[in-house]
Design a protein around this ligand. Sequence first.
Ligand code: BEZ
Ligand code: FE
Length: 308
Amino acid sequence: MRQFTEDNLTEEVVARFKKGAKDARFRELMVGLVKHLHAYAKEVKLTEEEWFEAIKFLTAVGQKCDGKRQEFILLSDILGLSMMVVALNHKTAPGATEATVLGPFFAHGAKEYGYGADLRVGATMKGEDVWVSGRVLAVDKDGVSGKPVPNAVLDIWQAKADGIYDLQTEGEFELRGRVKANAKGEYAFASYKPKFYSIPMDGPVGELVRATGNHHMRPAHMHAIVSAPGYQQVITHVFVDGDPYLEGDAVFAVKDSLVGKYKKVNDAAEAKKLGLPNPFLKLEWDFRLAPQSGAKARKKIAASDAIA
Ligand code: BEZ
Ligand code: FE
């Protein structure tokens, strides 16, 4: 057949992919994509002008990407697609820390620290000092947590006090680090309390958000990727209790189980011991990991998953 209409074109494209694509999963992905794209075009009666606008938009998204800027991740995030993929792939074991989006600002190569790290060192802007501490615990199949996970690594990153990430500036890494928990599963570091911020609005995705009338704020949070041999890695956030944007996060990433309390501490002796000014804030937060065994081994975050 060589003459196609809106009634038989999808079938032909699908047939060619089915015949040509060697890898079964790749074939499934491509066939599904073609079917849904064609169905979408038919449903909304896509005009040529509209499709050309969409191509111009996607081109601009690609052109906005560079070594530090990942506009495609941002697009996936604001469409809710990132959270859909997280939801499909992380049916969290009962009691384990819930997963959420990676976002566009993760970077490989952050400095390594041990217990008691000071992530404020080198920060170009001060914020409210906070001591973050807790344990990395294992959950068993009944969702009970208890056994400490020794030597876990917590990859931590967050925005500066002005809501801008280091990757959005010309400078060095700030407020990020790979913090190693000790043999008892305990970790601790000093940082600044995160603040809510706007997703980057100076590119094509920002224009899209404005055109859709959606809001563009993210509630305050720090990011963490927690990994330990033998356990499922979790990509997660800790949000700040009381933040005005917890309802309506621009990227749909909030989960009730991920909201932490930053408590004010007024104790000069403790502040001195921790190397913080008095008063200061404290966040006590345990991460709970499910064992790898029995679960399908998930690929850990790889160089290709993020920029820099
Ligand atoms: C972030 O949390 O860093 C983020 C996530 C999605 C979009 C923009 C920023
Ligand atoms: Fe963030």
